[in-house]
Design a protein around this ligand. Structure first.
Ligand code: GAR
Length: 221
């Protein structure tokens, strides 16, 4: 980013511990990163990630969805707060509320999500359990644009990990999470610096290096 270029103002939406939020916060500490976290917003006032964000000196807002009559009512309250903070981009980071088309359409092309699976496999919950039950050898994480369908939308970045012999949902989930923390800042950086073009279902990244090595599992000792 050239000196003087304004950084894009980002809101991170969380519902829980916020480890992905923390990885985004760490990336934005670099003044050369093209985005800054202007707000962390949670639908759960008790979300541990809110305290972490405050420790980093970031503005936090809790909007308890249980205090709102309808989904849209809750989302209108979020939209007001986002506008008040002049938010340009949204990162969903473990935000466990389904968003209505009303909200999603307001943020088309400007809202991204991280999901703990190699989409379009394993949309929804319990992704690590389901990957193990299916016996896949590669599993992973995806960052994608948010569209009205749950865990759908053009994919910006993915990371794959090998599924190991003794894996439990927990051990597999930990290796996936470590990769989430790599690809989320990568994807936000690409979006915020304008290096992404959506072409139908595909996302084209300008300046991408051709990578021809395959990831093969299992690897022999
Ligand atoms: C992450 O693994 C994220 O991919 C997942 O929730 C976890 C939140 O952890 N998101 C979803 O399952 C959304 N479909 P974090 O609060 O430590 O970032």
């Amino acid at each position: 980013m050239s000196a003087g270029t304004p950084r894009r103002r980002v809101a991170v939406l969380i519902s829980g511990r916020g480890s992905n939020m923390t990885s985004l916060l760490a990336a934005t500490k670099d003044p050369a990163f093209p985005a800054e976290i202007s707000l962390v917003l949670s639908n759960r006032p008790e979300a541990p990630g809110l305290a972490t964000a405050r420790e980093h000196g970031v503005n936090t807002v809790a909007i308890d969805h249980k205090q709102h009559m309808s989904r849209e009512d809750f989302e209108r309250a979020m939209q007001e707060v986002l506008e008040a903070h002049r938010v340009e981009l949204i990162c969903l980071a473990g935000f466990m509320r389904i968003l209505t088309p009303w909200f999603v359409e307001r943020w088309t092309g400007r809202m991204i999500n991280i999901h703990p699976a190699l989409l379009p496999l394993y949309k929804g919950l319990h992704t690590h359990e389901r990957a193990l039950a299916d016996g896949v050898k590669l599993h992973g994480a995806s960052v994608h644009f948010v569209v009205p369908g749950m865990d759908e939308g053009p994919i910006i970045a993915q990371a794959a990990v090998s599924v190991l012999d003794g894996d439990t949902p927990d051990t597999l989930g930990q290796r996936v999470l470590a990769q989430e923390h790599v690809i989320y800042p990568l994807a936000l950086g690409l979006l915020a610096s304008g290096r992404i073009a959506i072409e139908g279902a595909r996302v084209r990244v300008s300046g991408e290096a051709a990578q021809t090595t395959a990831l093969v599992a299992p690897q022999l000792a």
